[in-house]
Design a protein around this ligand. Structure first.
Ligand code: ADE
Ligand code: ZN
Length: 342
């Protein structure tokens, strides 16, 4: 098959993005613009120098730069502008639905009010729904390098905005911060009616995935690629139909896999795990969802049938209701006619 034909297929196939940190979509150009707007001086003097600093050896080396970048976000309009730029990317890659993480503590610990963060992000999402009919949901993540008390405070702060948030998640430095540290706050979040997800098995061991499932009662695992180290866990994930939101370019850039050719996405797909392809922090890892699909397709020689299955999984693994899922799956199926697939 011609390279271009696969590229166009991947770009145009209807899909859902289920693992993206909105702060990780902040492109260097916009970062500089916001820094200027807010009179903040950045450690790196130019977009080129900043881009050159984007060489990571592990999750922590990335997070250090990521939190620095997020410090340019001060006013509601800054959060709006960042989110709006992301909506335009979703549109260009035919994403019909996106479930988007935000990290309130990254901002509230710097004195930016919770309402400034959520109102800016949410207003852009609403405009995206109006202008492009892209459906979206917000997932509030707790920073796991902070303590459970801080997460609990954040949970309380979110209650007046509950109608704007579909669930809670857990992100930031995984090693040494197991899911069990957050059992009480997740239990409270569930009692408020939030859905729960957690990053687990990105750098951390399979045991962290067990904890996320059994202690935090998550309905989805973010990353989860290290599940293959425990056969019983893989069986359980398949049995419980727990989706894994996998992010190939992120895994490559953070050294989870040395080469994309060594990535276990296809292995998981063939076992029958409900895996999806996502972008994580697209401005830092070299691409949005379509770029992730294309890179992993090339590296693992995926066929159009695999891409179709991954796109289908993305809707099935989403938090859309049954009717919404059916409507999007119908759009996917009419895109993937016999002629297109073979
Ligand atoms: N925050 C932003 N990106 C992340 C990742 N890949 N893992 C954990 N926390 C994150
Ligand atoms: Zn992530």
């Amino acid at each position: 098959m011609k390279k271009n034909s696969m590229k166009t297929f991947i770009q145009n196939i209807p899909k859902a993005e289920l693992h993206v940190h909105i702060e990780g979509s902040l492109e260097p150009e916009l970062m500089f613009k916001l820094a200027k707007r807010n009179n903040i001086s950045l450690k790196y003097g130019s977009v080129d120098k900043l881009n050159m600093a984007y060489k990571f050896c592990d999750l922590q080396s990335f997070l250090n730069i990521y939190y620095e970048g997020a410090a340019v976000l001060i006013q509601e309009q800054d959060f709006y502008d960042m989110t709006w730029a992301f909506i335009e990317k979703l549109k260009s890659q035919n994403v019909l639905h996106a479930e988007i993480f935000f990290d309130p503590q990254t901002h509230t610990t710097r004195g930016v009010p919770f309402k400034t963060v959520i109102n800016g992000i949410y207003r852009a999402l609403q405009d995206g729904e109006k202008k492009y009919k892209i459906s979206t949901g917000l997932i509030m993540c707790f920073l796991r390098h902070l303590d459970e008390k801080s997460a609990m405070k954040t949970l309380e702060e979110s209650i007046p905005f509950k109608d704007k948030i579909i669930g809670v998640g857990l992100d930031s430095s995984e090693l040494g911060n197991p899911p069990s540290k957050f059992t009480n706050v997740f239990s409270k979040a569930l009692s408020f009616g939030y859905l729960t997800v957690a990053h687990a098995g990105e750098e951390g061991p399979a045991e962290y995935i067990w904890e996320a499932l059994d202690m935090l009662k998550v309905s989805r695992i973010d990353h989860g690629v290290r599940c293959v180290e425990d056969k019983n866990l893989v069986e359980e994930i398949i049995k419980r139909k727990i989706p894994l939101t996998v992010c190939p370019l992120s895994n490559l850039k953070l050294g989870v896999f040395k080469k994309l050719e060594e990535h276990n996405l296809k292995e998981l797909l063939d076992y029958g795990v409900l895996v999806t392809v996502n972008s994580d922090d697209p401005a830092y890892f070299g691409g949005y969802i379509g770029d992730n699909f294309l890179s992993i397709q090339e590296s693992l020689a995926l066929k159009k049938e695999d891409i179709y299955k991954l796109a289908k999984n993305s809707f099935e693994a989403s938090f859309l209701n049954i009717k919404e899922k059916q409507s999007m799956l119908k759009k996917l199926d009419s895109f993937v006619t016999e002629g297109v697939l073979h």
